[in-house]
Design a protein around this ligand. Structure first.
Ligand SMILES: Cc1cc2nc3c(=O)[nH]c(=O)nc-3n(C[C@H](O)[C@H](O)[C@H](O)COP(=O)(O)OP(=O)(O)OC[C@H]3O[C@@H](n4cnc5c(N)ncnc54)[C@H](O)[C@@H]3O)c2cc1C
Length: 588
């Protein structure tokens, strides 16, 4: 397939469906599979047998397990080889993260160390800083944490009050302030701390646990991920050597937000690993548990839950690895740390989308796992109870889902206004075409209907986004309810576009069972995604437009109406059978 230009963030909105190959689990290399299998073995042999001890916060256990993971090379995947890491890229890193995700307390601790704890150094550290810390972080000899949030500044992270003042001799920074809810704080050796130089220039610092004046607060008692460490940090005249400032004065926001972009990708894929676990235990239970003389998995409404969980997982996996592939594609070309940061930033839209999707998917699958288990699902001894509690935090940290939803249209429009993407001319062009009754044609060949539907979804989303932008112009940020709806439309577009392309790619392979399952996934997903995009688009227009413009807009959208015999129930029944036969996710 020809690939004339590099993919850009948000490009799925205006590029024709299926115009590029995308990363997917079918493309994993042997090396990536080996890494996943090492992670899975570690998870099964070292972590799972100790869940109870982990959940009761046995002193020293999580750091001990993290160090063991470090000895096996499981903490150094994203650390460059020059600093004694493996330098294997985002796809491998996320595939590994997936393997731990069903045990939330451990997986959050590991993610905080390898992701938000270590990444600020990898992307923004000087050579000396990297040499000083990365080899130890890669082996687990040192463990890391990331301290951004404060009691009065969570989502509004740049409103932090922690201050940094330089000593008159210029040799140190003095930090004062308090950070809230810091994962791994109970044992981390190194903290990336954000503070304002002279109270206004947001800047990052590397602070050792042993720094004088640093006090770690007591452990929080949490709804879920109970075994993970979450504490406050207080800095009272804490001296930090000048060489431990990370990046430049006043540029801390770039470090904070790009670190979160990586964290969002990790979370977006990690949660999909947890969906697979929820599906697996539900499938096994649905086969074993009998009521009315039959296994409950044979009932249509239970089978439908298994099929929905599998579909939810498939969609998340598809957009997750497409995103890591996009980032890796840029990272491979990057020559400098600056270009590596640009690679992450370029796909911040996709990072937010997969964070929102994955966190909600896991919450949904964990909730359905409880339901499939009936009363037993509500009992602590059974896994779904913990999964559901553990799932909840994912919608809150790494930027709440509200904040991530707002980031999506805001970033697309900001880049459009700067001429960094073709959104505005492209949406004008399609509005003119719709005005003349022209719609995207049905592509020849296989999956013609689904590819056309994916194209219709893009047109609907772009049409509505352009009307929203035109209506509110500079005041658009005040219209959060509308922006939230637009973000949901864009998420469905990304999901359907990605699923169509992945299924096309699977269809070129030799595995007929995989092809059949993949096709059923698309059959079940396409009408749903299309229905949601069309419904939301119409609802947004009805909300924001007055007569007489409303009629014209709705009539333009009505030319993108499409009905086809979708046969979703039959596809879902086949998916349920595939889940039961595989004892879980049928495309593992
Ligand atoms: C277990 C746990 C672990 C954590 N780990 C870390 C960590 O390692 N490091 C770290 O720095 N932080 C960490 N956090 C903090 C976490 O990132 C924040 O809790 C999160 O960013 C939300 O901030 P907040 O709690 O202050 O909520 P707020 O920002 O007060 O938000 C409250 C509600 O208001 C909504 N809201 C806020 N602003 C807006 C807006 N502009 N528009 C629309 N809605 C809005 C939010 O979406 C949310 O629903 C952790 C938190 C927990 C609970």
């Amino acid at each position: 397939m020809s690939e004339p230009t590099l993919p850009v963030g948000g490009g799925f909105l205006w590029e024709p469906a299926g115009s590029r190959e995308q990363m997917a689990p079918e493309h994993f290399s042997d090396e990536q599979r080996q890494m996943a299998s090492a992670g899975r073995d570690f998870s099964e042999q070292e972590i799972r047998p100790r869940i109870r001890e982990i959940e009761t916060k046995k002193a020293g256990l999580i750091p001990e397990l993290l160090r063991k993971a470090g000895e096996l090379g499981l903490l150094m995947v994203d650390i460059p080889t020059e600093y004694e890491g493996l330098g294997l890229g985002q796809t491998t890193s996320m595939l590994l993260a997936e393997q731990f995700s069903s045990i939330g307390s451990f997986s959050v601790s590991l993610g905080a160390h390898t992701g938000i704890g270590t990444m600020p150094l990898v992307y923004f550290g000087s050579d000396a800083q990297k040499r000083a810390y990365l080899p130890d972080l890669g082996t687990g000899r040192k463990l890391a944490a990331y301290a951004l949030t404060e009691a009065s500044s969570g989502s509004d992270a740049l409103a932090a009050k922690t201050r940094a003042e330089r000593t008159p001799d210029g040799k140190r920074w003095i930090l004062n302030g308090t950070k809230q809810f810091i994962t791994n704080a109970g044992f981390a050796d190194l903290f990336t701390v954000f503070a304002k130089v002279n109270g206004d220039q947001f800047t990052a610092f590397l602070v050792d646990r042993t720094a004088p004046g640093l006090t770690i607060g007591p452990e929080e008692h949490k709804m879920g991920i109970r075994g993970s460490s979450t504490c406050a940090l207080t800095f009272e005249n804490t001296p930090v050597p000048v060489e431990n400032m990370l990046g430049e004065i006043g540029r801390g926001h770039k470090i904070a937000f790009n670190t979160l972009n990586i964290g969002r990708i990790k979370l977006g894929i990690g949660t999909i690993g947890a969906c697979k676990a929820a599906l697996e235990i539900s499938a096994r239970y649905a086969k074993e548990r009998a009521q009315f003389g039959k296994p409950i998995g044979s009932f249509g409404l239970v089978g439908s839950k298994l099929a929905e969980m599998a579909l939810t997982t498939f969609v998340g996996e598809t957009i997750g690895y497409r995103t890591t592939g996009l980032v890796d594609g840029r990272l491979e070309r990057a020559r400098t740390d600056g270009e590596r940061v640009d690679a992450i930033e370029e796909f911040s839209i996709e990072a937010s989308l997969i964070k929102v999707y994955g966190s909600e998917a896991f919450n949904y699958c964990a909730d359905e796992a409880v339901q499939v288990h009936g009363g037993y699902g509500f009992i602590e001894e059974f896994q779904p109870e913990r999964l559901l509690r553990d799932s909840r935090i994912n919608r809150i940290f790494e930027g709440t889902n509200e904040i991530n939803r707002l980031i999506v249209p805001a970033t697309i429009l900001k880049r459009a206004l700067k001429g960094q993407n073709p959104l505005l001319p492209h949406s004008m062009m399609l509005r003119q075409q719709l005005g003349k009754g022209m719609v995207p044609p049905r592509p020849e060949g296989d999956l013609g209907v689904e590819r056309q539907v994916a194209e219709f979804c893009k047109w609907i989303a772009l049409y509505v986004l352009s009307v929203v932008a035109e209506t509110y112009q500079a005041k658009i940020a005040d219209e959060q309810e509308v922006l939230g709806d637009v973000a949901d439309m864009i998420l469905r577009v990304y999901a359907l576009d990605s699923v169509v392309q992945r299924v096309r790619q699977i269809e070129t392979g030799a595995n007929t069972a995989r092809k059949a399952v993949a096709r059923d996934m698309l059959t079940a997903f396409a009408p749903r995604a299309y229905g949601q995009v069309l419904h939301t688009g119409r609802h947004v227009l009805m909300d924001i437009c007055d007569e007489p413009t409303l009629g014209g807009h709705l009539s333009a959208l009505s030319s993108l109406r499409m009905d086809w015999p979708s046969k979703v129930i039959a596809a879902k029944r086949r998916l349920a059978s595939a889940v039961l036969a595989a004892d879980g996710y049928p495309l593992a």
